[in-house]
Ligand binder design. Structure first.
Ligand SMILES: [Zn+2]
Ligand SMILES: [Zn+2]
Length: 352
């Protein structure tokens, strides 16, 4: 699944890093899922594009090899396809930037400097039937989980805490920049202790002090009834874990396979039933294929081709109710008639 990251950002191939950043900010602002008119999947795509193009080294790699270079395609396991290279995207600046960016824009700023694990997107294929009724699906992810030994604290259980050597216990690092206007001091959160001022004396042996461990695990995901093709489910906190911050989210994009028997529009399922001339003229009880199995349908005498009948409550679940199954009858004109049948029809001499 090659993606054109430049196109996603609406930028030219020779755009400057600054222009890419501007384009990304504008689109991210527009599609942010917390805003009205936002679009989760679009937002994800833009973010993915910028995480690559916004980094000069990754951009060069992308220019040479395309998006495949960033596509793990690790596959494997229960309906999970098109995997991301999780490590490749981890904290590459996208969401972290956004937290700051929206803080700046809306005056919030509360998320500034706080770590957030990366989001993950997976694709799940569903049959038409499963999309109607919902199903439990297995999703296999290889991603950083919170370390089970230290619970994400990075300290070996039982280890004492000591003053952080990186910041002498202040929790912040101060750097001075000399310019022609004077000396500016910049304070930033200490990365060695995440601003806590303390470090464990002994780091966790399971995660080497990172607080997270990359593992492959399989989840059960409940796909609700009535979902449509292209819908995205969001599971908060099921994305990548990160030390000292909240985990990212898991986005599950659903792909519903078509079923030759059915068409779907909103909460209504449509199908076609072929009937014979005698059935149409005299009326009949026919059997119609629905997602609930075969259903009986009364065709009244004198039914014209193209007439639509409704079977109530056999469509797509919509909240607590269900839509209808609409059947359009198609009159089939006989092509192989015996001499006797031909004789009888000639005698009937039916005309419109
Ligand atoms: Zn650990
Ligand atoms: Zn520190």
């Amino acid at each position: 699944m090659a993606k054109d990251y430049y196109k996603l950002l609406g930028a030219e191939k020779n755009a400057s890093q600054d222009d890419l950043k501007k384009a990304f900010r504008k689109l991210a602002h527009q599609y942010h899922p917390d805003k009205t008119g936002g679009d989760d999947s679009k937002f994800k795509e833009i973010n993915e594009a910028y995480q690559v193009l916004g980094d000069e080294q990754k951009r060069a790699k992308y220019d040479q090899y395309g998006s495949a270079a960033f596509d793990g395609s690790q596959g494997g396991g229960g309906g999970f396809s098109g995997g991301f290279d999780f490590s490749g995207f981890q904290n590459a600046g996208g969401f972290e930037d956004l937290g700051e960016m929206f803080g700046d824009m809306f005056g919030g700023g509360s998320r500034r400097g706080r770590q957030r694990g990366g989001d993950i997107q997976v694709d799940v294929d569903l049959s038409f039937h499963d999309a109607v009724f919902g199903i439990e699906k297995e999703v296999t992810l290889t991603k950083p989980f919170t370390c089970e030994r230290c619970g994400g604290t990075a300290a070996e259980p039982g280890s004492k805490m000591k003053t952080c050597t990186g910041c002498s216990g202040k929790g912040v690092k101060v750097s001075a920049t000399r310019t022609m206007f004077g000396t500016f001091q910049t304070k930033s959160t200490c990365g060695d202790c995440d601003g806590q001022g303390e470090q464990p004396e002994k780091m966790c042996t399971n995660c080497s002090g990172s607080g997270v461990k990359k593992e492959k695990k399989t989840f059960q995901v409940s796909i609700p009834s009535g979902v449509d093709d292209g819908a995205t489910l969001r599971i908060r906190g099921a994305g990548e874990a990160v030390k000292g911050g909240e985990s990212g989210d898991l986005f599950i994009r659903l792909h519903v396979k078509t079923d030759a028997r059915f068409e779907r529009e909103g909460s209504t399922i449509f199908s076609i039933a072929k009937i014979g001339f005698t059935q149409a003229a005299l009326g009949a009880t026919i059997e119609v294929d629905t997602v609930d199995g075969l259903e009986k349908l009364e065709i009244p005498a004198g039914t014209q081709t193209g007439t639509e009948f409704r079977i109530r409550g056999k469509g797509i679940p919509n909240g607590r109710s269900r839509g209808d199954h609409a059947v359009m009858v198609e009159l089939v004109t006989p092509t192989k008639l015996s001499r006797e049948q031909k004789q009888m029809l000639t005698e009937l001499d039916l005309k419109s």
